[in-house]
Design a protein around this ligand. Structure first.
Ligand code: FAD
Length: 392
């Protein structure tokens, strides 16, 4: 099926997208159970295809792409890579870790980290969430205390994507507990730094190909030149990373939605009951049309948000709408695809795996309820935050 909307990409990017989808189909398949060594092997392969550094400027080892092209590439990766967890990990690395360094890093920091992160040699993780601070992202307990030309960090992070395999951590900590939004600071910390340890990988219901763990920080000494952005500028770093994540990361879901949509249309054309293809029954064909409508409208919102990023917009509503639309469409698409396969839908296979991978998309990058709060607030509705803080 041909997509109903298309954003103009140059011919090179179009070709890169087709090549990447084929490459991901053939070379990025996951083993039956998660294997860290194989994950890194595939990560390096993805790096050689340029996917781990799409938006990073050429001078720092990336491809210097704009957000629309980068989203198109992420969509192509999601379409070809049946391991949605792997695509998610790549996108979290790129948009929650590398883009903050691109946007807020000093020249020294960019030279030190970006080439190896963009090439796929190194993997990054971003830790803000804590056991007591999820949606309320500014109620962090992790403290960073200045001590001469370094900071000493203590605290606990949870649900940190890529933590079990990460070489570099972008960690958010409180430097001034009285300053609310301006009390957070971002730190770049190398794996192996004394006092930083990673817990056991979580066993997750979906995105099982994306490793995730807690990160413990005990008297971790970090030189002051590893602060990303200014002291007190952590919330700005985080907000910017979320704008990228809510737009470009979710493009990977568009790719896997498209694959599932196509295979579901094939299924209802081929499966016969009562002497006719089930797709000829209106209840079935209308469900398919609803799936197409949700997919196409989510895609439109996402690429519109990507255009906003390219125009330098600081708008948070466009990315929030894109995140909401893609994740809600993905979960509903998964449910519909299971239903349309009948009994086959609940046997281990494409539709049920997709549904399990879709479920977390309503939670990460700020839950959908929090996106709705933010959009409502922009419309002048809802409660103002009860202290000087921002929710995700
Ligand atoms: C697959 C996955 C990957 C992740 N990766 C990372 C990562 O790399 N780094 C990282 O730091 N974190 C990561 N997270 C954590 C994620 O950002 C948090 O789970 C998310 O922000 C929600 O926080 P919470 O789990 O504490 O839920 P809570 O904040 O406890 O929310 C529980 C429920 O209450 C609702 N709720 C809370 N407050 C309000 C409100 N004011 N109004 C309405 N509803 C509300 C929420 O919407 C939700 O439904 C990841 C999570 C998942 C699932």
């Amino acid at each position: 099926m041909k997509p109903l909307i298309s954003f103009t990409l140059d011919q090179d990017t179009e070709e890169m997208c087709s090549t990447l989808t084929a490459f991901a189909e053939n070379r990025l398949a996951a083993p039956e159970t998660f294997d860290a060594e194989d994950f890194r092997r595939r990560w390096l392969l993805a790096g050689r295809q340029g996917i781990t550094g799409t938006c990073v400027p050429d001078e720092f080892g990336g491809s210097g792409m704009d957000a629309v092209s980068a989203a198109a590439l992420m969509e192509a990766l999601g379409r070809g890579c049946r391991d949605t967890g792997f695509a998610f990990s790549v996108a979290a690395h790129l948009y929650a870790c590398l883009m903050p360094v691109v946007e807020f890093g000093t020249t020294e920091q960019k030279k030190r980290w970006l080439p190896a992160l963009a090439s796929g040699e190194l993997i990054a993780a971003h830790g803000i969430t804590e056991p007591g601070a999820g949606s309320d992202a500014l109620s962090l307990r992790t403290r960073a205390v200045r001590d001469g030309d370094r900071y000493v960090l203590n605290g606990e992070k949870c649900f940190t994507t890529n933590a079990p395999v990460a070489d570099v951590f972008l960690i958010q900590a409180v430097t001034d507990p009285e300053a609310g939004y301006f009390g957070l600071t971002s730190f770049l910390i190398e794996a192996g730094t004394p006092g930083l340890s990673v817990g056991r990988p979580y066993d997750k219901v979906g995105l099982r190909g994306s490793p995730m763990a807690d990160v413990h920080l005990q008297d971790v000494a970090v030189p002051a030149d590893q602060v990303l952005g200014a002291e007190g500028g952590g919330a700005a770093v985080f907000t910017s990373s979320m704008r990228w994540e809510r737009t470009c990361l979710f493009a990977a879901y568009l790719g896997s939605m498209r694959r599932l949509l196509d295979s579901t249309v094939d299924h209802v054309r081929e499966r016969e009951q009562f002497g006719a293809p089930i797709g000829s029954f209106q209840a079935v064909s209308h469900r398919i049309v609803d799936m197409v409508m949700r997919y196409e409208s989510a895609r439109l919102l996402l690429f519109r948000a990507a255009v906003g990023l390219d125009e330098g917009s600081q708008d948070e509503i466009g990315p929030a709408l894109a995140k909401l639309a893609v994740s809600e469409a993905a979960v509903q698409l998964g449910l519909d695809a299971v239903q349309l396969r009948g009994g086959l839908g609940i046997v281990d296979g494409e539709a049920e795996t997709f549904l399990r991978d879709a479920l977390p998309s309503r939670i990460f990058s700020g839950t959908n309820e929090i996106q709705k709060n933010n959009i409502a607030r922009a419309l002048g509705l809802g409660r103002a935050p009860h202290r000087r803080r921002a929710a995700r």
